[in-house]
Every structure is written in structure tokens, then in C-alpha cells.
Design a protein around this ligand. Structure first.
Ligand code: BDP
Length: 718
């Protein structure tokens, strides 16, 4: 009580003296557990949470009860909750621990959930409110606790709870592209959070907080190291360290996975070959896998990037992806581990459209992979662009589970200085209709297994986490980690719901804050598309680091690494013809989709230049000719960032100074760079269109030569 009075006194005094002065470095992410200022609501919560009982004593139960107590004491300003055992008002217990009476009462709900699911239910017992959080397992119950805390953090009533939830996707992992020297490939938030040198003996508090954050949104796996793998991670020296992390993560329901460098048997095993059909190689992987499971009994399995961008793979030995994946799958099968085999392949020796190559290579293998193999497919056929049509492999391999790979780190979307709310992008892809089993065969259904009845299902997000104090470099981008996790749990959630939850948990429940900032977040994805790659343009970023525009780049050794390969601008027009008259990539989609994309009249304009080479004079739906349309879109993108800035500036009263200023500075950078994109791209394309900028589009600040001369030799993440 004393603590509460003191806290309120301090709050009032500080606000009175100098406005909103509390500093908040963002380290606590969305687990802020802000004090509930609304006294009526706080009373409601207190009345319902007078006494609390946790049954069971596993490590998971311990971390869940610790989290609940932390959350409640922060939010309600109270620390001493009574424990009346089964008579408590809030009971948290997994099925095996429930008393007879509650087990009976919750029977039908428990039948509905899977092993990671949970039930939150309020009963009235003798006129008194009683809430039970339960699951089939302690992990499920822990997810229930986090859900319950989310309800409180977002100021919802807990008087009549009846929540029954199960994750719709089994494997929900973060892929860290982290190297052993702590650099992070495509990382823009500092160095890797894995302090390999100090592990296994030094356990950084960050590992625990990382696990809490993941568990709170249902992420249940982490691939610790880069897909461009280093075989050393599989040596005993590093496995000790991996084990230490696995031990930290276990109570939170998080399994550890590693990337497996295909040539590891040669590099660390002294073999002459890594041929997947070679007896010694098979034996080497079997032994290595056994060794890992001895140390980490719940090890998740391997993620493999093979024969892609110079990585070794089965093709080095005249074998194919099936040979490679199945060999590793056999090694893992006894231990119930899985192989996540990436389909991100394209070859400099293949002269066909890069967008077609993964499909051409993988679809013929449908049905040939072992049961514990899942093929990991990026959301689009090129590479994590601001907007891509869904990858044609989705829906196309009915006998093979496909796992979605999203990129949370913003390699191609402004890196960590641009505020872009990615759940909007993820949602768009998940809702695209593949039509493979008729209308309604949306991508989400291939990912959650309901389209073809897959037993193994998965989703991966390339992490945007680093050792910056706020984890993601820019606090606004914490929303993308959060949102990825929420969609991995339930791919049918809307981006609006996610934005709402995240803002309330991270900043404030004040409507005057939540509503405008939610709108700002939801518009931010379209803004980045507009000022970088409108109307289906793609991969026109500068080379290597991918920071900033580079539509002029044409001198790289591999044709498909050059932006000019993707936009094909000439005097006749711009865009990549992927219809019958061009690469015919459209034919990889189901006929309904192929027809829609293949016909310039029905192709959605946001994909126009992805699928068509279009004349500069082509009339767009709004009556503008293409050139004017492109220019106006670039301008629109800049205007959108201006409006984001305006919105944020009004939020000062609701946000602590530290995070307010940080976001403000980042929005300034974003505006500067949006203009850079607009000006340089329009000057470049203008050489071909030979047309004036339409009315309403600002004149470029510099010449094209100036933009071309900009160099960033030490841009991060490269
Ligand atoms: C590309 C990145 C590269 C990754 C590659 C991949 O530029 O750093 O290694 O994807 O996904 O977008 O393997």
C-alpha cells in the first residue's frame, strides 16, 4: 500500500514539474506492465485477484508464476497476494494438476485444445468470481498466463472470461542470422545477443528476458546461428554453449535449433566428402546428431541453406535436395527432430527468370521428402521485398509441408531507421488466395496445414534482434517481433488487432494515443512501398548492403544481382514481363491466379511492373499515364511519412521523453531517405520516360550523378 501511495505521489509531482519526464529505454519491450491508473478498473482486477494459487512445481510453473506476480505487482501496485489453494480466486494449473472438481468443470474445454493450448475461464462460485488458467501441459498453462497478462495490459475486463486457444502452427521459430564473431548478417540493432565467448558459464539476463518475450507471444523455437553457416557451431566447444542457452530457454517452451553447414563432415569431421549418400558421411551426421541429443534432449533439429548463394550442398556431389534433406532427416528421426530445408535457391547458370527457379527446382520433388522434413519458403519468389506477390510454391506441393519464412529484420525496408509495421505485409501474404483447391485456398492454410492435411507445420521469422538496449534498434520495430509471434500463433489475426495490443502493452491505453498511432502503423507499410518500389517495382536497392536506392546498378557479375535485371526500364517502358510473352512465371500459379496476374487489365496495380513490361503512356485505373502514376506514388510515399511525423509529434503527452525523442529522430531520417528514394529513382527513370514530372511532385534536390556517387562502405549488416 505504501508503495502505491509513494508511486502515485511521485508520478503526480514529476508530471506537474516537467511534463512527461519518465525515461524508458524500451528494454522491457511489450512487457511494460504499466500501472493501471484507472482506479475503477484497478479495483475490478483486485477484486478478482485477491488470492492466487499455482499448482505444480516444474521450472515452467515457476517462471509462469514469477511472471504473473511481476505483472500484477507492477500493474496493481500490490505485492502480497493470498494463497487459499484451490479456494483461490485465480487458479493456474495444467490438466494433470487440476483437482477433481475443476477437471470435471473444464472437461469439454480441455478436449478442444492441443498440447500448447490453454483455457481461461471464469466461474461464479457462491457469488464469487473464480478464474482458472489451464492447459494440457505446463507450457500451455504458461501461455495462458501470458494471455491473461495481456488482457490486463490492454485493460480488458476479466469478469467473464471464456478463452479457448491453441496455436495453429506447430513450429514457430525465430531465425537468427547471427555469426560466431557476434556480427549479424542483415542485423541493424547492434551485435548478436549471444555472447559466445562468455558462454556457457556466464548467463546474461538478456537470455532470460529474450525467452520471456518470445514465450509471451508463443514463439517456441530459435535457430541460433546464420543460415550462411559456420561448421564450428557443431563442435563440442560450441555445443556446450548451445546447451547452456537451451537450458535457459526450456522452461519457456523454446527449443533450440542449429543451422547445419552441409560440408561440416569435411571441415570438422576430417572426411574427404560430404556426399549425402556416402556411408561415412551418413555415419558422421548420425553420430553428431546423437552427440547433440545427449547434451540437449529436446534439440529441435537443423535448418539448412544448401546450394544457394555459394553455400555447399548435395549438388556439389551430383545429388539433389531430397538426398541431402532425407539424410539429415534420418539422423534426426529417432530423436523426433526435424529438418527445415530452405527453398531459397537461384543460380547464375540458369538463364531463366530468377523468380521461377525455386519452384522449378523443388515442385518436382513433391512427396519425396521424409516425414520430418519441412521446406522453408520465403514469402515471395525473389527476396523479402517491400511487396511481392505470394511465392508460387505455396499450394503447389500438396505432399510436402511448406513453412513460411518472413524477414522481420528490414534488409530491404529501410533497415532499423524506418518505421514499417510488418504485420500488415505478413497479413497480406497469408491472405493471398492460391486457388489450388478452389477459391479460399489462402496461403495461411498451406502454412497451418489445413489445405493439404500436413502434420508438420511451421513458420520462421528472420530476427531483427541485436544487443542494442531496446533490442531492435528502433522501439517501433519491436512491434514486428511481437506481431510475427502473434501471427505465428494465429495466422488469421488481423494486423489492426496486433497493432492495438502492442501499442497498449508497450506505451499507453489512452485512446488519444492508441487510435492515431495505430493508423500510423497500419499505413506505414504502404508508405515504404510507395517511396521505394511502387506499382510492382522490386529489388532496386543499392548493392551489397541494400541500403538506399540503386536502380542504376548494372555492373555486377551475376545478372540477377543487378537492379536493372528487375526493372528493365527502357524507352518503351518499365517492368518485368513475366507473362506468356516474357518469362511466363505466371504459369507457376494456379490457372485462376495465372490468368489474373497475366492479363494487364486484371493484374492488381500493386503488382503491375512485377508481371508486365508497361509503356510509359499506359493509362492506369485512375486515368494517369504510367510515368505520372509512378511519380505520384513516390510523392505519396513522402507525404505519408510527413503525416507519420505529424501524428507522432502530437503524442508527446502520452510517451516518455526517451522513446518519444528516439522515434522522432528516426522519423526525421525516414523522411530524409524517403525523399532520397523519390528523387533518385525518378531522375533515373526519367532518362527513359523522357517526360516532365507531373504537377504535385517535388523537384529533386540533387542531380542523378550526385545520388549515384553516394557510397556507404561500412553500412551495417553486410
Ligand atoms: C538475402 C540476404 C542474404 C541472405 C539470403 C538468404 O541478402 O544476406 O543470406 O537472403 O536468405 O536476402 O539466405
Amino acid at each position: 500500500m505504501n508503495r502505491l501511495i509513494l508511486r502515485q505521489f511521485l508520478l503526480l509531482t514529476l508530471c506537474f514539474v516537467s511534463g512527461n519526464v519518465f525515461s524508458n529505454n524500451g528494454y522491457k519491450l511489450w512487457l511494460q506492465y504499466n500501472f493501471v491508473e484507472d482506479s475503477k478498473l484497478r479495483e475490478e482486477y483486485k477484486v478478482g485477484l485477491n488470492s492466487i494459487f499455482f499448482a505444480g512445481n516444474s521450472e515452467t510453473v515457476k517462471v509462469a508464476s514469477k511472471e504473473l506476480m511481476l505483472g500484477l505487482s507492477e500493474m496493481l501496485g500490490e505485492e502480497n497476494f493470498k494463497n487459499n489453494k484451490w479456494n483461490s480466486q485465480l487458479v493456474c494449473a495444467s490438466e494433470a494438476f487440476l483437482n477433481h472438481e475443476l477437471k470435471k468443470l473444464l472437461k469439454s474445454e480441455l478436449e478442444e485444445i492441443n498440447d500448447e493450448g490453454f483455457v481461461l475461464k471464469t466461474f461464479m462460485v457462491h457469488g464469487k468470481q473464480k478464474t482458472v488458467i489451464t492447459g494440457k501441459t505446463d507450457i500451455g498453462t504458461m501461455y495462458g498466463v501470458y494471455h491473461f497478462l495481456r488482457l490486463l495490459q490492454t485493460h480488458q475486463s476479466i469478469k467473464q472470461l471464456n478463452v479457448i486457444e491453441s496455436p495453429k502452427i506447430k513450429v514457430r521459430v525465430l531465425n537468427h542470422w547471427d555469426n560466431l564473431d557476434r556480427t549479424v548478417e542483415r542485423g541493424y540493432a547492434g551485435f548478436s545477443i549471444w555472447d559466445w565467448h562468455r558462454l556457457p558459464d556466464y548467463i546474461d539476463q538478456r537470455y532470460i528476458d529474450y525467452a520471456r518475450a518470445n514465450a509471451s507471444v508463443g514463439i517456441n523455437g530459435v535457430v541460433l546461428n546464420n543460415v550462411n553457416a559456420n561448421a564450428l557451431i557443431l563442435t563440442p566447444f560450441y555445443l556446450e554453449k548451445v546447451k547452456a542457452l537451451a537450458d535457459v530457454f526450456r522452461p519457456y517452451g523454446i527449443k533450440v535449433y542449429l543451422t547445419a553447414r552441409f560440408s561440416a563432415p569435411i571441415e570438422i569431421g576430417d572426411l574427404k566428402t560430404a556426399d549425402p549418400l556416402d556411408k561415412n558421411v551418413i555415419q558422421w551426421w548420425n553420430k553428431k546428431t546423437e552427440e547433440i541429443y545427449k547434451m540437449i534432449p529436446d534439440f529441435g533439429g537443423y535448418l539448412v541453406k544448401a546450394n544457394s548463394e555459394g553455400q555447399p550442398g548435395p549438388q556439389n556431389y551430383g545429388r539433389n535436395h531430397v538426398d541431402g534433406a532425407n539424410m539429415l532427416a534420418d539422423a534426426l528421426a529417432t530423436f523426433k527432430g526435424i529438418v527445415m530445408w530452405r527453398a531459397f535457391v537461384y543460380s547464375e547458370h540458369d538463364v531463366t527468370d530468377r523468380a521461377k527457379q525455386a519452384y522449378s527446382e523443388f515442385v518436382p520433388y513433391d512427396g519425396q521428402f521424409k516425414k520430418n522434413v519441412v521446406v522453408q519458403v520465403k514469402n515471395g519468389a525473389i527476396d523479402f521485398q517491400p511487396r511481392e506477390p505470394f511465392h508460387p510454391m505455396f499450394g503447389a506441393m500438396p505432399k510436402t509441408p511448406l513453412m513460411m519464412e518472413f524477414q522481420i529484420t528490414q534488409e530491404y525496408l529501410g533497415q532499423s531507421t524506418h518505421t514499417v509495421f510488418l504485420p500488415k505485409l505478413f497479413e497480406e501474404v497469408l491472405h493471398e488466395d492460391t486457388y489450388v483447391n478452389g477459391k479460399g485456398s489462402i496461403v495461411a492454410k498451406d502454412v497451418d496445414g489445413s489445405l493439404h492435411g500436413d502434420k508438420l507445420t511451421g513458420i520462421a521469422g528472420v530476427s531483427n534482434i541485436g544487443n542494442d538496449i531496446n533490442w531492435t534498434g528502433n522501439v517501433m520495430l519491436q512491434a514486428n517481433w511481437y506481431g510475427y509471434g502473434r501471427l505465428a500463433w494465429n495466422p488469421y489475426l488481423s494486423s489492426g488487432e496486433i497493432a492495438d495490443e502492442w501499442l497498449r502493452s508497450t506505451f499507453s491505453n489512452d485512446k488519444k494515443f492508441v487510435e492515431p498511432v495505430k493508423e500510423m502503423l497500419l499505413d506505414s507499410r504502404e508508405a515504404v512501398v510507395n517511396y521505394m518500389t511502387p506499382l510492382g517495382l522490386h529489388h532496386i536497392m543499392a548493392t551489397g548492403h541494400h541500403y538506399g536506392p540503386g536502380p542504376w546498378v548494372s555492373n555486377l557479375s551475376r545478372p540477377e544481382w543487378n537492379p536493372v535485371y528487375y526493372h528493365k526500364a527502357d524507352e518503351n517502358g518499365v517492368g518485368f514481363d513475366r507473362t506468356k510473352t516474357g518469362s511466363n512465371a505466371v504459369a507457376q500459379y494456379a490457372p485462376e491466379v495465372a490468368k489474373m496476374y497475366g492479363d494487364i487489365k486484371t493484374c492488381p496495380e500493386e503488382y503491375l511492373l512485377w508481371f508486365h513490361h508497361v509503356s510509359w503512356d499506359y493509362k492506369l485505373k485512375d486515368g494517369n499515364v504510367l510515368w505520372d502514376g509512378i511519380a505520384l506514388k513516390y510523392q505519396e510515399g513522402v507525404e505519408e511519412v510527413k503525416s507519420m511525423k505529424k501524428t507522432w509529434q502530437k503524442m508527446k503527452p502520452y510517451v516518455d521523453d526517451e522513446r518519444f525523442k528516439e522515434v522522432n529522430m528516426f522519423l526525421d531520417i525516414q523522411l530524409k531517405e524517403a525523399k532520397w528514394w523519390r528523387d533518385s529513382c525518378l531522375l533515373y527513370f526519367q532518362q527513359y520516360s523522357k517526360k516532365e514530372l507531373p504537377v504535385g511532385v517535388d523537384k529533386p534536390e540533387h542531380t542523378l550523378e550526385y545520388y549515384k556517387s553516394l557510397k556507404f562502405p561500412f553500412a551495417p549488416g553486410n
